[in-house]
Design a protein around this ligand. Sequence first.
Ligand code: ACO
Length: 429
Amino acid sequence: MTQTIQIIHEGKTFELPVIEGVFGEKAVDISQLRATTGLITYDPGFVSTGSCQSQITYLDGEKGILLYRGIPIEQLAEKSTFIETAYLLIYGHLPTPSEYETFSYHVKHHSMVHESIKNFYDGFPNNSHPMAVCSAVVGALATFYQDQMNQPDDREIEITIHRLIAKFPTIAAYSYKKSIGQPLPYPNNALNYTENFMNMMFSNPCEKYEVDPMVAKVLDVLLILHADHEQNCSTSTVRLVGSSKCNLYSSVSAGIYALWGPLHGGANQAVIEMLQAIQDDGGQIKKYVNKAKDPKDPFRLMGFGHRVYKNFDPRSKIIKKLAHQVFEKLGVQEPLLELALELEEIALKDDYFLSKKLYPNVDFYSGLIYKALNIPVNMFPVMFAIGRLPGWIAHWVELQGDEDFKIGRPRQIYRGPAKNDYVPMEKRK
Ligand code: ACO
């Protein structure tokens, strides 16, 4: 029997259906609210709003559970590869051996970018932030592949998916190479996805570069951990842009910008900058913890807190372990790691953080690993974007086939002037 809730407004009672997710999570279906009652809802930041019904990712922020297509993130981190996880997210099931081979083949064989794209990089200042460059270049792919523009068929979407996953590491590595004035290398099909990325980042024509398989594996796990996180800010952006039937390149380009902000994917860069600032200030951790607690001080502990996780972020548990492995294996002495551990310990015993359920999130340790792998700090959000790409794609594809599909168009409560008349320029004071 369908559950309902009642709303009593101006003496009238209205019934609204309650829908239920697979794990018993309940939502009031307000899609007919305005039509039946004249009311709209008000929910800044969409804290209590479900924007869609999705089959891709489930997370339980209280219990610290994250599942991609039902499979726990811990199992994928241990047993899967990023390419396999990308397939899982986009197509809804783990690939058979032949599906895996075909998908990997296509991803590998679309990794070069059009030679003209390289000219774009000359137009950007050398000190451009790579997120801005990546978003611009991914958006520009729409000018090269115009078959995607109007109502693409399944085959066109499929090729676009291959192109995006294949070319993004090339586009990302070029944004770094350009910033340091080195030639833009070509992808190497003999290497796997993460090896190829590392090779494009760190090889140069003068010296041979050997990709450490451990480093490539660690990166692969990090990409898996970032691959999807249901309706986060950037994914919601990709869905919203895609809801105007805008093509996948442009939708992903918008998602990259949404991810860039320090409250979202830019936090991994912000964490390192914060740790460095604390270190430069004599390592006074307590001072910064107090700053974060002071309601008059805008400072926040970067890498702490999450809109959804109010217990622990399951990804940060895996990443913390990974960070220790990397530092041990590479023999890196990283004072910022010690500082991070100390900060975590102090914050996790502090009433402020405990009462507000602020725990280290995925970004708290990922930046330290990237740093140990010599990835420059401003590339950290780009690493996040490479990981998140399959999630964005999966959500865009799901939206296009959604039986409840509608262009995204929230409403508002207007608080501006009730009525104003136009005043000619000469009469304005
Ligand atoms: N340091 C200090 N105080 C914090 C922090 C923090 N990192 N995060 C939240 N708070 C406090 C807020 O000041 C607020 O206090 P109040 O109730 O007294 O007003 C309370 O905790 C709730 O915080 P909100 O900002 O309302 O929570 P919201 O869910 O909107 O924000 C967010 C979540 C943006 C992640 C926030 O915790 C934050 O800014 N964290 C730091 C940035 C960060 O690490 N971002 C990465 C998120 S993970 C990701 O995108 C991959």
